[in-house]
Design a protein around this ligand. Structure first.
Ligand code: HEM
Length: 362
């Protein structure tokens, strides 16, 4: 598509798709012409539509400044010891069983534990959390709506409990802000909690499992990074580019605008093809190769502009610690070839369903 139809239009759905890096970067950041809002007045059943991800300025700025304090570099760095101990426990536990599925046993439980911790979710509710988060990126729409409803009820209850007994967690901070007069409706508060689950779990899981997939199929890269951990951050950036966990993001045309010679009309939708943009040969040298020594890597995996991923530093930290712990314990490994790799059933999330590994311990 980048070569033949870099800006394509589907008249049946009124949807444009932009495949080139340059166009993707313009659309994702130009909130004057491309809105993140899809439903003017979201109802109680659509909390995600009321979240920061789906708002435009000035509302966006106001919501973002309310939640920014939970994502400052200092707060995120503060999670490091906890992420480390959760990762160690999980890996030890999985190794004791013998065979490991890196998705089920490692990459998937880690992010959910950390977000649950951030939100202050009791331990006994964390399994429920995992099921909800899986359903939210699944393909069963009725189940998706039901889960949003269940999650709304759950977070409404937690918020009420916090109102009478504040704790040191994100939900308490948001409730406190509400009590102090911040313009944050109950629906927006719940939408934000649900968004964190949706935005922060599956994506980080896929970043970690894709990193193991890439490094597992290139033993020389694995050995090099394991021996020199200063290479780890750039290896993670390359995984973000090469296997972008979020493959596309939508926008709605707000005002008529011309992009790359095409007339976009108000009301039409646009799919920003992040995965394709991150393989654009006009920007990345030999984009089809996974290269941990890539010099310039301005990928769009976390977006660009005002909606730039709020959890980017957390995702990077989780991936770095998960891989560090893995490298401390595992000398080399490969995928179990007897079990075929299966991609997730999703058009916008990229990852594998399972990743069974054959390992050699240190
Ligand atoms: C926004 C990707 C992890 C929270 C975004 C956007 C992208 C993205 C592409 C921009 C959406 C847009 O422009 O419409 C990713 C990837 C992740 C990841 C690839 C992991 C590898 C996380 C984590 C959290 C998080 C761990 C939180 C715990 C958010 C939030 C937004 C966002 C709240 C909305 C920000 C706004 O609208 O201002 N993410 N994300 N993400 N992400 Fe992430």
């Amino acid at each position: 598509m980048r070569n033949t139809e870099p800006v394509s239009y589907d008249p049946a759905s009124g949807t444009w798709s932009v495949f080139k890096y340059r166009d993707a970067k313009i659309v994702i950041a130009d909130h004057e012409h491309f809105s993140s809002r899809f439903i003017e007045t979201p109802s109680e059943e659509q909390p995600i539509e009321a979240s920061i991800l789906r708002t435009d300025p000035p509302k966006h700025k106001q919501l973002r400044s309310l939640v920014m304090q939970a994502f400052t570099p200092r707060v995120i760095e503060g999670f490091a010891p906890q992420i480390h101990s959760v990762a160690e426990n999980m890996l030890d536990h999985a190794l004791a069983k013998g065979k490991i599925d890196a998705v089920r046993d490692y990459a998937s439980p880690l992010p959910i534990m950390i977000i649950a911790e951030m939100l202050g979710i009791p331990n006994e509710d964390r399994e429920k959390f995992k099921q909800w988060s899986d359903a939210l990126v699944g393909t069963d729409y009725a189940h998706y709506l039901q889960c949003q409803q269940d999650m709304s009820d759950y977070f409404a209850l937690i918020a009420e409990q916090r109102r009478s007994c504040m704790q040191d967690d994100l939900i308490s901070n948001l409730v406190r802000a509400q009590d102090e007069g911040a313009q944050l409706s109950a629906l927006e508060l719940i939408g934000f909690c649900i968004l964190l689950l949706v935005a922060g779990n599956e994506t980080t899981t896929n970043l970690i499992s894709s990193a193991l997939l890439c490094l597992g199929s290139r033993p020389e890269d694995y050995a090099e990074v394991a021996a020199d951990r200063s290479l780890l951050p750039q290896a993670i950036e390359e995984v973000l580019r090469y296997c972008s966990p979020v493959q596309s993001m939508p926008r709605r045309v707000r005002k008529n605008v011309v992009l790359n010679g095409h007339q976009f009309a108000e009301g039409e939708t646009v799919d920003i093809m992040i995965g394709s943009a991150n393989h654009d040969e006009d920007v990345f040298v030999s984009p089809q190769y996974f290269d941990i020594h890539r010099k310039s890597n301005p990928h769009l995996a976390f977006g660009h502009g005002i909606h730039f991923c709020l959890g980017a530093q957390l995702a990077r930290l989780e991936a770095k610690i998960a891989l560090n712990v893995f490298m401390d314990k595992i000398r080399c490994f490969q995928g179990d070839r007897e079990i075929p790799l299966e991609r997730l059933d999703s058009s916008f999330i990229f990852g594998v369903k399972q990743l069974p590994l054959i390992l050699e311990r240190r």
